[in-house]
Design a protein around this ligand. Structure first.
Ligand code: ASP
Length: 336
């Protein structure tokens, strides 16, 4: 019987980390070393297994994310490769997974794996997470569902997953819609969501597009928004608002002014689930902000909305980017 081939790309993170002589954790293990401790399902082989980086994920940036997406696409053009696993740090994994989702069009499973405990811990979670991710990448059941993230015995959609705990082993959740699939005790996969609408644009990425993100707080000075745009030259601004997508009073007029100047403004919510709904009037209420030109991120976190804005602004005018963004939000901002 022939085996199903899965490719593996390593980027670092806690899953690859071990303490040095100074007692500090550093991403130092290769993916070959990580595979050594894994329980790879029968009939599956992992090849190629390549270390792209050995960094912690706080050092990830959009340029690295888009490059990773290109390497993934390249690996998946091999007809012998059924799917791919990426090892990654947990701090920004949900962002990288979403960036890859926005920059790849393949139906083959792309699955991220990570760990909360280091590779040299007495009870590391990495080996099981990596084994699960390999099984998922090899599974035809998961084709066409977009980029997935393995965490404990669950698989989550890149667009929904959030890190919800700083140190528990079970640190991830998709607060709005739950996991896409779970592993049963016999190692089988149970699908919870059978279909996830894809948004896979084909226009080229511009890695230099600048989009800023800010978290306004109570009493926030509206002028800070102008300062950030002037300082960064950003063409887009994501604001992580309150509740349904409201901001402190006084900001609607600046949102209007920035929109007039050609800056695309998107409002996300700092609340984990429920999404944005511009229903309140008045200065700062979502409906007022919508009238001033803001768009709303729905269930997407501010960090993910920022990546989406970059994708939409790539190589085009603000007007076209706005149309692209409305189209994208229609697919990505809600449920399946
Ligand atoms: N805490 C992180 C991790 O779990 C560090 C990182 O994101 O690289 O991998």
């Amino acid at each position: 019987m022939g085996s199903t081939r899965v490719a593996l790309l390593g980027t670092g993170g806690t899953i690859a980390s071990a303490s040095g002589a100074d007692g500090q954790l550093v991403a130092r293990r290769s993916v070959a070393e990580l595979l050594d401790g894994c329980d790879i399902p029968a009939g599956v082989s992992v090849e190629p297994a390549v270390d792209l980086e050995r960094i912690n994920s706080w050092d990830m940036d959009p340029r690295r994310m888009w490059l990773l997406a290109a390497r993934i696409e390249e690996a998946l053009t091999d007809p012998e490769v059924a799917g791919i696993v990426i090892t990654h740090g947990t701090d920004t994994m949900e962002e990288t997974a979403f960036a890859v989702d926005l920059a790849t069009a393949t139906d083959k499973p792309i699955v991220f794996a990570s760990a909360m405990r280091s590779a040299d811990s007495t009870s590391p979670d990495g080996p099981r997470n990596l084994s699960n991710a390999v099984a998922a990448a090899a599974s035809p059941k998961l084709r066409g569902l977009g980029v997935l993230v393995n965490t404990s015995d669950e698989l989550h959609a890149a667009r929904w997953i959030r890190k919800v705990h700083t140190h528990h082993v079970n640190a991830f959740s998709s607060p709005a819609f739950g996991p896409v699939a779970t592993f049963d005790p016999a190692g089988g996969l149970r699908l919870v969501h059978h279909r996830i609408a894809r948004w896979a644009p084909t226009w080229p990425l511009d890695p230099d597009v600048q989009v800023a993100a800010m978290t306004p707080y109570t009493g926030f000075a509206p002028d800070l928004m102008r300062t950030v745009i002037e300082h960064t030259g950003a063409r887009g601004l994501v604001l992580e608002g309150f509740g349904l997508g409201n901001l402190p009073g006084g900001l609607a007029s600046v949102v209007g002014e920035l929109t007039e100047r050609g800056v695309l403004v998107v409002i996300a919510s700092r609340v984990m689930a429920g999404g944005t709904f511009p229903v309140y009037g008045g200065d700062g209420g979502g409906a007022g902000l919508a009238s001033a030109g803001a768009l709303f991120a729905g269930e997407l976190s501010a960090a993910k909305a920022r990546l989406l804005l970059m994708r939409c602004l790539s190589g085009t005018s603000t007007k076209t980017a706005r149309t692209r963004l409305l189209d994208a939000l229609d697919v990505l901002a809600g449920g399946c």
